[in-house]
Structures are given as structure tokens and as C-alpha cells.
Design a protein around this ligand. Structure first.
Ligand code: HEM
Length: 405
């Protein structure tokens, strides 16, 4: 993947010397639907009369169940491994129902605006460091404090090999960062459709696990909850950090994530259309979903250990990473995920992080930059290099079993 190293280097090297700046007020004005869009304002319960807690993915779920029941998963995964680009025809030999589903699911929604998606590319690239840090470390820790998600990840096949699972999830993070993500030569549409199939397979498999007591997993509500750990959380943090963002960038970033939500199988009427509606829905669905679980605590610990080893093979950066993770998600979520408090690194990161942002935003004179800001910069760069290194050759594959006990 030729673009990989260029893009990776842009993200990793951009900020400190190269002024990545941007983002501003996260709120786009207006609370109504975007033109031609079907998403309602804030509330999920009123959307179309259906409750997202009791809706899953009626198009994908029977297809995934069918290939699982017919024992076709290994063959389907083998064939789909060659299908990587948005414009690429599907390989021959796929089951007819799967082919029909994918041919439909791979299309952008009618309300997607390519010009707006293109407009987001510059923002996504410029803010890449913040975005990857927030998706990966921030969103990753938040997910551990969401019981439905933590348990689903823990008891599904990928729960047994979190390093592999993190790399696969990183593939989506990598693909959405590509400037051509939604264009014919991009990869995001393929990755999103494959992820949709993975989720559909998990809905069929997890209820068969002796450890799973929660009914059918990954409802539309669960999808919304997790979605808010991504763009909603990111924009909240960027705003808090006073990162410069123009209203056009903010709107384009939301559009990227609304289209991605659609591609992942979230129904249009549940996808909020404005930042005001996004933030209201997040309060409604994400805030009450947060709680501590044994599984989430274990996952958070594993993710932090894996990431620390990604930064330094000895894992010696774990205390710094704990402090960073706690700073990103705040004490409430950090306590739910049992991220250790760090008496030395905690206060250092609390003062050093704003200095690091100021450094990246070119708001400070280099001689005045405290040492801790450079330490954070180095750790974040290494974290991102590690995180993105999965994007190259990783295949997202449909699971055919739960976590082996
Ligand atoms: C798999 C992203 C929501 C549970 C995946 C994968 C991606 C992904 C990229 C494929 C990587 C892999 O195979 O490991 C997302 C995004 C979401 C979302 C962007 C929302 C916007 C959810 C929710 C749950 C969930 C709400 C559970 C409540 C899982 C599980 C797997 C998975 C269990 C499969 C792991 C395995 O193979 O065992 N997700 N996900 N995801 N996701 Fe999600």
C-alpha cells in the first residue's frame, strides 16, 4: 500500500514542526435534518416509532447466519480476502445471498455528498494525530466501560487474541483516515461492509456461548453508543483542547461519520444529523450505558499493556500510557475501566498535555515548551506508528466461533 507510509509519516510528523492546526467550535448550527437526509434530530426513541434497542441489522443478519449455518465461512473469508478496494468487483464463487447483500450494502447512501467527504480529507489528515489517539486510546478505553460492548468483545472469537483484534479494528481507523476513503480507489466501503458482516455473525454466534446472557448483541442502540465514543468524543475533546476547527471542517467530519454509520448498518433514521443532535443523543444513549464490568477491566488492562509494548518493547511506558488514557477519558470512565492512577505521571500529564496541544497548534515558543510535552509527543508518535502499522495487510474476517473457553 503505497500511500501508507506517506500518510503515516504525514500524520506522525505533522504537528510539532509542521503546524497541523485546526478545529474550533464543534457545534454546527441548526438542529434539523440535513437536506435530503433521513436522520432525525436528537432523540432515538421517536425516530420512526421503533426502539433501537430492539432493532439489529435485518439485511445482514440472515445472510451471516446462512453462511455460518451452511459452514461456508472459511471459503467466504478466503474469497473476500482478495476484495479490498471500493470499486473492485466481488470475487466469483460467493454464495448468492451474500453477493446480493454486499452489492447493495457497498453503495454510498443517496444523501452522501462526495464534495463534503473530500472536504473532510484535509481536516482528517491535519488532525490525524489527535484523531488516532482519541479513536484508539480514548475510544478504546471508553469501549471497556460499556458493558454490552466489553462483554461482546471479550466472549467473541477476537477476545482471545486482543492484539490481532486491535489491529483489525485499527484497519477501519486507518481506512477512514485515507483522503480517498470513500472514493473508488479507497478501502473504507469494503472495510465497513466486512465489519457489518462480522457484527452480523457475532449476533448469530454469541447467543450460543455459555457465557453470554444478554440476548442478541449489537443492537442499533449499541451501535449508536459505540459510534458516540468516536466522532462525538473526538469533537468534544478537540473543542475542550481549543484546537482550531472551522465550521466547514466540523460539518465535513460529521458527514464522514454519518456516512460511515450508514455503511456499518446503522439505520438512517437513527443517525443524528447535526452536532447539536449528536451531543443530545450521546447524553441519551452513551452516558447511561457506562458501567464497570470484570470483562471491561480485563480488556482495558490488556489493551494498555499491548499499546505500551507497541511504544517500547519493554512496556516501560505503561505508567505514562495509564496517565494519558486517564487524562483522555476522565476519572469517571477511567475508574470504570480500572485504569491505574499514576501519582507521578498523572500530574505531569495534566500539565503537560495542554502544553503539547499548544506546541502542535504553534501557540507556544519552542524554548518555553516543557520537557513533559516532548515526552508526550514522542510517546504519541510511537503509539500512532504502532496503531497504524496494522492498516497495511490486515484482513477483517467473519468469525465462525466464539472465544474458545
Ligand atoms: C468487530 C468496528 C460497534 C462488537 C469489529 C471490527 C471493526 C469494528 C472494525 C472488525 C475487527 C475484528 O474483526 O476484530 C466497530 C465500529 C462500531 C462497532 C466502528 C460502531 C460505530 C460494535 C458494538 C459491539 C461490537 C456496539 C458490541 C456491542 C464487536 C465484536 C466484533 C467486532 C464482538 C468481533 C470480534 C471478533 O471477531 O471476535 N467492530 N464496531 N462492535 N465488533 Fe464492532
Amino acid at each position: 500500500m503505497e500511500g501508507f507510509s506517506r500518510r503515516k509519516m504525514l500524520i506522525v510528523s505533522g504537528g510539532v514542526l509542521g503546524g497541523l492546526g485546526m478545529a474550533g467550535p464543534a457545534e454546527a448550527s441548526g438542529s434539523g435534518l440535513g437536506a435530503g437526509e433521513s436522520g432525525h434530530g436528537a432523540g432515538v426513541s421517536e425516530a420512526d416509532g421503533s426502539d433501537p434497542r430492539w432493532v439489529w441489522d435485518p439485511d445482514a443478519d440472515p445472510v451471516a447466519a446462512g453462511i455460518l449455518d451452511r459452514g461456508q465461512v472459511p471459503e467466504v473469508n478466503r474469497l473476500l480476502r482478495t476484495w479490498t478496494r471500493n470499486d473492485q468487483p466481488l470475487p466469483a464463487g460467493l454464495p448468492a445471498d451474500l453477493r446480493a447483500f454486499v452489492e447493495q450494502a457497498r453503495n454510498l447512501p443517496t444523501w452522501a455528498e462526495q464534495s463534503t467527504l473530500d472536504r473532510a480529507a484535509g481536516f482528517v489528515e491535519n488532525k490525524g494525530t489527535y484523531l488516532i489517539l482519541l479513536y484508539g486510546l480514548g475510544g478504546g478505553m471508553l469501549s471497556c466501560a460499556i458493558p454490552n460492548e466489553a462483554r461482546a468483545v471479550y466472549y467473541s472469537k477476537g477476545g482471545a487474541d486482543l492484539k490481532d483484534r486491535a489491529a483489525k479494528t485499527g484497519k477501519l481507523g486507518y481506512d477512514i483516515q485515507e483522503p480517498n476513503a470513500f472514493r473508488p480507489d479507497g478501502h473504507l466501503l469494503v472495510t465497513a461492509v466486512k465489519t457489518r458482516l462480522v457484527h452480523a455473525a457475532v449476533r448469530h454466534l454469541l447467543p450460543q456461548s455459555p457465557y453470554w446472557k444478554q440476548g442478541i448483541p449489537i443492537s442499533q442502540n449499541d451501535m449508536l453508543v459505540t459510534w458516540h465514543t468516536l466522532p462525538t468524543f473526538v469533537m468534544r475533546k478537540l473543542t475542550e483542547w481549543r484546537v482550531r476547527i472551522t465550521p466547514a471542517e466540523s460539518a465535513a467530519f460529521l458527514h464522514v461519520w454519518r456516512v460511515t454509520a450508514h455503511m456499518l448498518g446503522i439505520q438512517d433514521h437513527f443517525i443524528p444529523a447535526t452536532w447539536e443532535a449528536v451531543n443530545a443523543q450521546s447524553k441519551q444513549v452513551l452516558d447511561p450505558a457506562l458501567a464497570r464490568t470484570r470483562e471491561g477491566v480485563d480488556l482495558a488492562d490488556q489493551i494498555l499493556t499491548i499499546s505500551a509494548k507497541g511504544i517500547t518493547p519493554s512496556g516501560s511506558t505503561r505508567p505514562l500510557l495509564n496517565a494519558l488514557a486517564r487524562y483522555l477519558v476522565g476519572d469517571h470512565v477511567a475508574d470504570l475501566a480500572a485504569i491505574p492512577r499514576e501519582p507521578v505521571w498523572g500530574p505531569l500529564v495534566r500539565t503537560g498535555f495542554p502544553a503539547w496541544v499548544a506546541l502542535r497548534e504553534n501557540l507556544t515558543l519552542l524554548p518555553l515548551v516543557p520537557k513533559i510535552a516532548w515526552t508526550i509527543d514522542e510517546a504519541v508518535r510511537k503509539y500512532i506508528l504502532f496503531y497504524l502499522s496494522g492498516g497495511k495487510q490486515i484482513d477483517i474476517e467473519i468469525p465462525d466461533t466464539n472465544r474458545p473457553s
